[in-house]
Each structure stands twice: as structure tokens, then as C-alpha cells.
Write a protein that binds this ligand. Structure first.
Ligand code: ADP
Length: 562
């Protein structure tokens, strides 16, 4: 699949150019804008050392220029990869701008992956430099002699907190580099299609693949997500991104905050309910974003201690389906609006957001909830469609489901180093579409609803059962902490739903009580065949339930019982 023509004009017709300035969309321009227009806005971080650090966008811009000089000093060339193993914090933010802004590629490694995978990814990306938070010192010590291309290791801390002894050769200190480097650096101008950052998919099947974003794709994505009907970021907001900066650039919030001038609060490694709640309150956070599993911890803490949020107004929940019970808890009990959003690493990541239209505002609460529980409408820039088995486009009637395909300027064309071959599906007009692997319906108003990932779908007697719907029902049970529904092999129906449940602490819940909860809430034949109670459900590196692991473990459960 080649790049498509950008104009449909006939070659015989004269070309009349618009007469506006040609200015490339570059990530450094966000920082320049922030320094000029909201220099005094705060960036607050809980450091891994435990204390709270605060400074301004002006300080951020100054130190990012110093780091850009430090990178040049390491001999990092344009297009080379600069890796990080770091939590959400101000030093990580400085590297976001220093690396991409100077023409290098910021490569955010996911520290939750197995060390073997980290080595594989760092080698595949041919990372030159690795910056890491002190939390990850043991991990870096374990991989330092194994990675092939990393020449320079930098601990993101000050002299006082540097390790007295380490196996890492010539370990450098971040703060010493900042001090030793000049704060004069002219951000270079280059083609907006230049690569800016790299993030690998978690690779639940096969090796992880790299998604290489460009300055242009990042800037267009930033414009789009900041809009009121997307993530809705403004200069009046204090944003605390819980979603890690090592996973799809924290959904783009470090860029959007600079663009809009929002106060930023970085939680560091403190992602438990208590630490997050304290930061929400002390820093007067108005907006946050993260995956459902994180919010579970926060809600449990708030509920157990009978607390209320005093400034939080809304939170973006995505990465996996937000259970309606969670949405209700946030909205009805705590007056925090939930923006349910959907996206993928391959989509920078935001594709849709479930924001109401004007015509929904007067609907009864339940009907509004039904709209908000979908994955939402495409943000401008994302084109989507659902297709049947032969690639035929399916109607937007909110009922028929098919595979979801997407296209747009911040959606992947090819994986890094063309790994895995051309991923796109080409339609009759010659347009390439990215197959998301999600199964969805779309209604007449454009609200998309994911029923499953194609690999998680349960096929019972040839009919599909949506595992997400079943999980959402189970999660609404007051005694359930977490629930996963998987396809278990069945002698007669090929597959049947099996529910895996983690009970809330101290709760007594029986199989019968759990299954009777489905009565009247779902077609009878969708009711799971059995329930397995477990202590914990395995989570992947991005906080999602590892259903393939559960399938390996419990896939034969029904056959064994029969
Ligand atoms: P990975 O899980 O491979 O790291 P991503 O983080 O890019 O990849 O995950 C993308 C997938 O996550 C989507 O294709 C979809 O299956 C799932 N997902 C993301 N947001 C939602 C949501 N709001 N509801 C349901 N599924 C979601």
C-alpha cells in the first residue's frame, strides 16, 4: 500500500495553490507556545523519591532545551531513538520535548513488560540512549549488558540519589546533565512528516510491533483531542494523567496540556487509590484519564473512607470497556462526568469519545447513560466503518455488528520496519483502512459500541456472544470486584461463556447467586454456563485483563466438568 494521492484534481486542470504560509506542524512549537503564553502555569510531579516537585512551563521549556543540548552532546542524530523507562513526571515530560523537538525519536519503553521483551524491543528499535527512573534501576541493571545498541544510560535523578554502586557502565546523572548544558537551543525546523515518537503494542500474540508517530500526526491528534467533544482540555483545567506516559504518550495529554495551558499533575509511581485521591485533592485536579482497573482502586478507596471529590469534574476512561456500574458510581455518587473513549496504540490513540449531543440532554437519565456507555462518536479526523465477512460495509443501525475499520491522518499506515507486512485493507476506491480487531455496532447518530475484540468473541452454536456485555453485568453486582468472561470449549455448542470472578474483600458470593443476577438482564442463552472464583485476574502491561491467559487456564473447564 503506497501513500495515496492527496488530491482528486484532474492532471489536465490548472493547479491553483492556496496562498497561506507553509509552516510544518512540529512538536517543539507546542513548547514554544506554552512558554510564551502560559509560562507561569504549574507542572506538579510526585517524584519517585517521594516528595512533591513543582515548577512552571517556563522551567519545563528551559530544561527541555538543556536536555536537547545534552542529547546533541551524546551524538544522537536526527531519527535515532532515545528510550525512556519512566513514570509520569516532569523529567519524562522534558524528554518528550527534548528528544522529538530536536529531531530524534522518543521511544517510551513499557517497564511492566518482561525484561526479555524490553531487551527485544530496545534492540528492535536500535535505541541509542536510555533514560530511566530510579524505580527501574534493577530492571536496567538486568538488561544493561544484554541490549545491543544502547551506548548511554542516564538515571533520572539528582547526584544525591544516584546509586553508590551499580553494574551499569558509566551511568550518568540527569540533573548533572541539565546543569552542565546550555539553555540556549534553537529548535530545528524540518518536514512535519518526520518521525517523532515510537510506542510498541503490547504484543499479546507474537512479538510486539512498533508504531512510529510523526510530528504531523501528533499535532493533528493534539488539536482533535483537546476539543470539547473529545477529551475537552482547557487552560482552566488541572489535568492528572494516570494513563502512563509509556503507553501511547499518555493518550496525548502531555501535548494537549502544552497546547491549551492546562496545569499538569504527574502522579509518578503512586497509582494506588489513596495516593491518587490525595493528589486530586491537594492539587485541585479537575480532569483525569486512565484505564478502568485504575479507577477501580480509586473508587474502592473513596467508598471505603466515605470521601468526596471536591474539584474533580470529569475523567476519561478507556483502554478497555468502562463498566456502566463504574460510570454510574462516578456520575451519580461523586458528580464526576465520565468520558468513555476508545482508541488504540495504532491510532495515537484516540478514535472516539462518548459525549452527548444536544438532543440527548433532555432524555431520562437511563437513556443518557445508554449513550454514554457506548465507545462514542468518531472525533473529526477519524473515519470508521463496520464490515461483514466479505468486507461489505454494514449499516449504521445500532444492531448489526461487524469488524471495525478506521482511517485518518493519525492512524498507522505500516508498523515500524514494516514488521508483519502491510496491515491495511484496501477498499474499492483504493483507500487503505486499518482493521482494528474490534467487533462493533454503529448507530444512526454515529455512536460506536464495541461488543468484543475479535479474538475474545464467544461463538456459541455459530452465534456470537459479546463478552463485554456479560462482564458489565457481573461488575454491577455489589459483591463483585472484577469479572472476565471467556470462551470455554463446549462439547455441544463449541464454545460457551465462562465467568471468572474476583469477589470484593470479605464478601460471600455463590455461583447460583451470581448467575441469577443475569436473569432479565440478558437473553437467557447468553447466561454464562459456570462461574470460577479466583483471587485475582491477570493484568497485562497496560492494565488490561489478560483473557488469553485465562483461556489457557480455564478454556477446558466446561469439558472437564461435563
Ligand atoms: P494493546 O492492548 O495491544 O496494548 P491498545 O492499548 O492499543 O493495545 O489497545 C487497543 C484495544 O483496546 C482496542 O482495539 C480495543 O479492543 C480495546 N479498547 C480500547 N478502548 C476501549 C473501550 N473504551 N472499550 C472497549 N475496548 C477498548
Amino acid at each position: 500500500m503506497k501513500n495515496e494521492p492527496i488530491s482528486n484534481a484532474q492532471p489536465t486542470q490548472p493547479f491553483v495553490a492556496g496562498m497561506m504560509m507553509q509552516q510544518p506542524l512540529l512538536i517543539s512549537s507546542l513548547l514554544v507556545h506554552a512558554e510564551r503564553h502560559h509560562a507561569d502555569q504549574e507542572v506538579v510531579s510526585r517524584r519517585v523519591e517521594g516528595d512533591i516537585h513543582r515548577y512552571t512551563y517556563k522551567d519545563l521549556a528551559t530544561r527541555a532545551r538543556r536536555m536537547a543540548n545534552a542529547l546533541a552532546g551524546f551524538g544522537v542524530q536526527s531519527g535515532q531513538r532515545v528510550a525512556t523507562l519512566a513514570w509520569n513526571g516532569y523529567r519524562h515530560m522534558e524528554l518528550y520535548y527534548a528528544a522529538s523537538g530536536s529531531g530524534a525519536v522518543l521511544h517510551t519503553l513499557n517497564p511492566r513488560l518482561h525484561p526479555d521483551q524490553v531487551v527485544y524491543i530496545a534492540d528492535h528499535a536500535e535505541d541509542q540512549v536510555l533514560f530511566f527512573d530510579m524505580t527501574f534501576l534493577p530492571l536496567v541493571e538486568a538488561i544493561a549488558s544484554r541490549v545491543k545498541t544502547i551506548k548511554t544510560f542516564v538515571a533520572m535523578t539528582d547526584r544525591v540519589h544516584m546509586p553508590a554502586q551499580t553494574k551499569i557502565p558509566n551511568l550518568l546523572c540527569y540533573e548533572e546533565l541539565v546543569e552542565a548544558s546550555s539553555d540556549r537551543f534553537d529548535w530545528p525546523t524540518f518536514d512535519e512528516n518526520t518521525a517523532s515518537s515510537l510506542c510498541y503494542t503490547s504484543g499479546t500474540t507474537g512479538n510486539p510491533k512498533g508504531v512510529l508517530y510523526s510530528h504531523r500526526s501528533t499535532l493533528l491528534h493534539t488539536f482533535a483531542i483537546a476539543l470539547p467533544d473529545a477529551l475537552n482540555c482547557s487552560a482552566r483545567d488541572t489535568i492528572l494523567p494516570v494513563v502512563p506516559m509509556f503507553h501511547v504518550n499518555a493518550w496525548g495529554l502531555p501535548y494537549a496540556a502544552c497546547m491549551m495551558g492546562s496545569k499538569l499533575v504527574f502522579p509518578g509511581s503512586g497509582l494506588d487509590g489513596k495516593s491518587l485521591f490525595e493528589l486530586f485533592e491537594t492539587e485541585r485536579v479537575t480532569m483525569s484519564a486512565g484505564v478502568p482497573t485504575v479507577w477501580q482502586g480509586l473508587l474502592a478507596y473513596v467508598e471505603a473512607n466515605d470521601l468526596k471529590f471536591s474539584t474533580m469534574r470529569r475523567t476519561v476512561i478507556g483502554g478497555s470497556a468502562c463498566p456502566p456500574a463504574m460510570m454510574r458510581a462516578f456520575q451519580e455518587r461523586y458528580d464526576v462526568q465520565v468520558i468513555h473513549a476508545w482508541g488504540m496504540t495504532e491510532m495515537s490513540p484516540v478514535g472516539t469519545a462518548a459525549i452527548l449531543k444536544g438532543k440527548h440532554l433532555d432524555l431520562p437519565a437511563e437513556a443518557r447513560m445508554a449513550v454514554q456507555s457506548t465507545q462514542g462518536r468518531a472525533v473529526y479526523g477519524v473515519d470508521m466503518k463496520i464490515v461483514g465477512e466479505n468486507g461489505e460495509a454494514l449499516p449504521w443501525d445500532g444492531k448489526v455488528s461487524g469488524e471495525l475499520l478506521v482511517r485518518g491522518p493519525w492512524i498507522i499506515q505500516n508498523y515500524f520496519k514494516n514488521e508483519g507486512g502491510d496491515p491495511l485493507v484496501v477498499d474499492e476506491q483504493g483507500h487503505g483502512w486499518f482493521p482494528t480487531g474490534d467487533v462493533a455496532t454503529i448507530d444512526a447518530d454515529g455512536y460506536m459500541h464495541i461488543t468484543d475484540r475479535s479474538k475474545d468473541v464467544i461463538k456459541s452454536g455459530g452465534e456470537w456472544i459479546g463478552s463485554i456485555d456479560l462482564e458489565n453485568i457481573a461488575m454491577a453486582h455489589p459483591k463483585v470486584a472484577m469479572a472476565a468472561c471467556i470462551a470455554a470449549l463446549h462439547a455441544k455448542w463449541d464454545e460457551r461463556p465462562l465467568l471468572i470472578v474476583v469477589k470484593k474483600p470479605g464478601q460471600d458470593l455463590t455461583r447460583e447467586e451470581m448467575l441469577s443476577f443475569f436473569e432479565g438482564r440478558i437473553a437467557k442463552w447468553w447466561t454464562p454456563d459456570d462461574v470460577v472464583f479466583v483471587d485475582a485476574i491477570p493484568l497485562g502491561a497496560t492494565g488490561k485483563m489478560l483473557k488469553n491467559r485465562l483461556r489457557e487456564q480455564y478454556g477446558n473447564h466446561l469439558l472437564a466438568k461435563a
